[in-house]
Write a protein that binds this ligand. Structure first.
Ligand code: IMP
Length: 196
């Protein structure tokens, strides 16, 4: 079983490596395959599913290897689901800048419910079989940014039933409850079933 993890994002790579550690699936990363080492796929889709599929198909077609891609976003209820599918692009700058801008927009609004959504898409270029998997995690936006390590919005998102932001809870805990782990548990079940 060989699977190309179709993302250039180091935070996602680390999480996916850890989520698939015991699956028996051999993982490859873009930097190991010259044809996709620098591949950057424009996220032109209108939904997480469209973007995940665009990325998986592009990496699979360029490498010839079955690929898994994912698209993730944070949806804040009181902002009508923003930043949503534009979670990375809605504000240029660093993760810190985006976290700060989101907190500024909410100010002291007590309605801070939010959720992370991940859609993972598997595409096999040989059989032309594609399949998508979804995971969600609910929670709320913190009042301030934590300076613990995490990536993206991990520094401002407190999962339901937790008291700390994801960045503070740490990767091991995150991987037992996260949107990404829920999606990838289904990915592993599926790949084992089709005997990739
Ligand atoms: P994309 O899926 O690479 O388009 O990511 C969209 C945005 O969501 C980026 O700003 C990421 O940093 C952020 N993001 C993706 N996954 C996570 C996560 O698990 N925790 C926090 N932020 C994330």
């Amino acid at each position: 079983m060989r699977l190309l993890v179709a993302t250039q994002n180091p935070g996602k790579q680390q999480e996916i490596r850890s989520l698939l550690k015991t699956s028996g699936i051999e993982l490859l990363f873009p930097n190991q395959i010259p044809t996709v080492a620098n591949l950057d796929v424009a996220e032109t889709g209108k939904t997480f599913a469209e973007n995940a599929e665009l990325k998986a198909r592009a990496f699979a077609q360029e490498s010839g290897i079955a690929s898994i891609a994912e698209d993730t976003g944070l949806q804040v209820a009181v902002l009508g689901g923003e930043p949503g599918v534009a979670s990375k692009r809605w504000l240029s700058g660093s993760d810190y800048d985006r976290n700060k801008a989101l907190l500024d927009r909410l100010a002291d609004n007590p309605h801070r419910a939010a959720k992370f959504v991940t859609v993972a898409y598997f595409y096999d270029p040989i059989s032309a079989v594609g399949r998508s998997f979804t995971g969600e995690m609910s929670g709320e936006i913190a009042m301030k940014i934590s300076n613990d390590t995490g990536f993206g919005y991990d520094s401002i998102f407190i999962p339901t039933e937790e008291k700390e932001v994801l960045a503070k809870l740490g990767l091991n805990k995150k991987n037992t409850i996260s949107h990404r782990s829920i999606a990838f548990t289904q990915v592993v079940e599926y790949l084992q079933k089709i005997n990739l």
